[in-house]
Design a protein around this ligand. Sequence first.
Ligand SMILES: [Mg+2]
Length: 197
Amino acid sequence: MYPPLQAVLFDLDGVLVHSPLDLPAIKKELFGDASIFIIEGIEALPEHERDEKNDILRRRELEAAAKATLDPAVHELFDWLESKSLKRGIITRNSREVVELIVKNHDVDFGAIVAREDAPPKPDPGAVHAVCEILGVEPEASVMVGDFHFDIEAGKNAGCRTVFLETEKFKHLEPVADARIKSLGQLKGVLGNWLEN
Ligand SMILES: [Mg+2]
């Protein structure tokens, strides 16, 4: 039902990169105990408050990005994707500045990058469409890999296959994805199956 796979789209945090970014702590610093998503919460504020909160968020994100590590499976996985002629890209709610810092610190090529300045935040499918357009592939020929239900919803809303990576933080989530894996290293097995069938 899907056309042959041509591209793999990744969420960044918790999937390719592990950082001490503590979103609940940042949320508390910005909004107290309000139950709100950070980016959407900031967007809803009057302009002067928005700038102030954005500055705090930017500082906290850069601090965490400076300490980020690549998942140990990344390099081998990217080599394997290249050996199978699969393109790659990332879709992240991080800022482009944060992504660029990680790229520089780890000398890694994530492929096409769609950061939060570039498209509406997941679960909106806009970012998936944007990264597919950069890569020159259809969403139906792509797979979205993420560790949060927004990643899976964004992928499905765009028409992609989806793979949910179960992490300690979000293992209670049960999004309806085409596959569920417990480590990034297991992705090759899933993709290999799809390439053969
Ligand atoms: Mg994530």
